[in-house]
Design a protein around this ligand. Structure first.
Ligand code: NAD
Ligand code: 4TP
Length: 333
C-alpha cells in the first residue's frame, strides 16, 4: 500500500504563534505522523531554536521527519519580532499559501494545513481576500472538481461540525446576505463533503434559524418563513436530509448534537461560539467544497503570547490529523 503524500503546512504569520506551535506539533507527531513539511522561512525557525532541515522538494519530507521539521525554504524579506507583524512580509505569507496549494493541486502534497494569519496586516498590504478560505478558493478555481464547488467554512470540535452560510460579514449585513440561494449552495456543499471527506453515506443536516426561537412562527422575524423554508423544500426535493430552521440556542447541547452530522449556521459567531466553547484547544477550521483538502487551527496568531513558548499546539495537531483523515477518505473514492 503506497504511503500518503506529506501535508504542506504553511507557517502563517511569522510574528504569531505559528513557528512555535509547528515545532510542538512536529514533536508530538514525529513518531506516528502524519508527515508534513513547512512552507516558510527556515532561518526564522532555526533562530527560534527549532530542529529543522531544509528540503528541496516534498519527496524528502518523510526521510527528514523522523529527526527534524522538514522545511521548504521561502525566506521572508523583513525581520520578525514576535507579536509585532510587519506588512513587509505580507507578500511572502500569501506566497507560502499559494506554494502549498500548488503542491496539493499537483498531487505532491496530500493536503494543505495553514498556520494562522493575521488579517489586518495583510489587508493593509493589499491582500484582497477576507482570509485563507476565499484565497484558496480563488487559487483552485480552475482545478477540476466533481460536485458543488465551495468554499464553505466549517469549524469542527469533538462531535460538532458547524458550517457557515456567511463568513466574515458584518452582523448588520447578515439578514440581507442570507438568501435561499446561499443556503441551498451551502447545504449542497456540506452534504457532499460529509460523503466525500468524512465517509458519511447518508448525512443528516440541521439548519439554524436566524431569529430567536427561529422566528416564533413569524412573530419574531420572517426569514425562517420567507427564505429558509423555501430553501429547505428545494434541498429536500434534491434528496438532502435537512431539518426545518431550528432555534439556534437549543441546537448545540449534547443530545441535540447527536441528532445531526453537520449543522448549517447563518453567520460567523452562531457557528464559532459553540465550537470554540466545546473545545477551543481541539477545534479545527476546515474548508469544504474545494479541490484540495485544507484545514487550519481554530485559533489565531496569538500576538499576546507569541515568542513566549506558552502557545499550545493541540489545535494545529488536530488540524494536521484531520487533513490526513480527509485526504485518506478522498483517496478511497
Ligand atoms: N486560522 C486562522 O488563520 C485564524 C483563526 C482565527 C483568527 N485569526 C486571526 O488572528 C488574529 C488574532 O485573532 P484573535 O486575537 O481574535 O484570536 P487569537 O486566537 O489569536 O487569540 C485569542 C486568545 O487565545 C489565545 N490563544 C490563541 N492561540 C493560542 C494557542 N495556540 N495557545 C494558547 N493560547 C492561544 C491568545 O493568546 C488570546 O488570548 C486576527 O487577525 C484574526 O483574524 C486567524
Ligand atoms: N473565522 C476563522 C476562525 O476563527 O477560525 C478565521 O478567521 C480563519 O479564516 P480563514 O481560514 O478564512 O483564514
Amino acid at each position: 500500500m503506497t504511503r500518503p503524500a506529506p501535508l504542506a503546512l504553511t507557517m502563517g504569520e511569522p510574528a504569531g504563534v505559528g513557528p512555535e506551535i509547528i515545532a510542538k506539533a512536529w514533536a508530538a507527531l514525529r513518531p506516528e505522523g502524519p508527515v508534513f513539511a513547512v512552507v516558510g522561512d527556515a532561518a526564522l525557525m532555526r533562530a527560534q531554536g527549532h530542529p529543522i532541515q531544509t528540503i528541496p522538494d516534498l519527496g524528502m519530507a518523510e526521510d527528514v521527519f523522523a529527526r527534524a521539521v522538514p522545511v521548504l525554504d521561502h525566506p521572508l524579506p523583513a525581520a520578525v519580532t514576535p507579536g509585532r507583524p510587519d506588512t513587509a512580509n505580507a507578500g511572502a505569507i500569501a506566497d507560502w499559501i499559494e506554494q502549498a496549494v500548488n503542491l496539493a493541486m499537483a498531487g505532491e502534497a496530500s493536503g494543505v494545513v495553514t498556520a494562522p494569519i493575521a488579517k489586518a496586516p495583510l489587508y493593509a498590504a493589499g491582500f484582497r481576500f477576507p482570509g485563507h478560505t476565499e484565497f484558496i478558493a480563488e487559487l483552485t478555481a480552475d482545478q477540476p472538481f466533481a460536485g458543488t464547488r465551495g468554499p464553505v467554512m466549517m469549524l469542527t470540535a469533538k462531535d460538532l461540525r458547524a458550517c457557515l452560510v456567511t463568513i466574515h460579514a458584518p452582523l448588520a449585513e447578515v439578514p440581507e446576505l442570507v438568501t435561499a440561494e446561499r443556503v441551498i449552495r451551502t447545504a449542497r456543499v456540506v452534504h457532499e463533503a460529509m460523503r466525500r471527506d468524512f465517509g458519511i453515506a447518508s448525512p443528516r443536516l440541521a439548519l439554524a434559524g436566524l431569529n430567536p426561537h427561529a422566528g416564533e412562527g413569524g412573530s419574531i422575524g420572517l426569514e425562517e418563513i420567507t427564505v429558509l423554508a423555501p430553501a429547505v423544500a428545494q434541498l429536500r426535493g434534491e434528496g438532502i436530509t435537512i431539518t426545518d430552521p431550528l432555534p439556534a440556542d437549543t441546537l448545540f447541547h449534547d443530545d441535540a448534537r447527536a441528532t445531526y452530522d453537520a449543522v448549517v449556521c447563518l453567520y460567523h459567531d452562531q457557528a464559532l461560539i459553540p465550537v470554540k466553547t466545546l473545545d477551543f484547544w481541539g477545534g479545527v477550521n476546515v474548508s469544504l467544497g474545494l479541490p484540495v483538502v485544507r484545514t487550519s487551527p481554530d485559533h489565531g496568531t496569538g500576538f499576546d503570547i507569541a515568542g513566549k513558548d506558552v502557545a499550545r499546539a493541540d489545535s494545529l495537531i488536530a488540524a494536521l490529523r484531520l487533513a490526513a483523515e480527509m485526504a485518506a477518505a478522498r483517496a478511497l473514492r
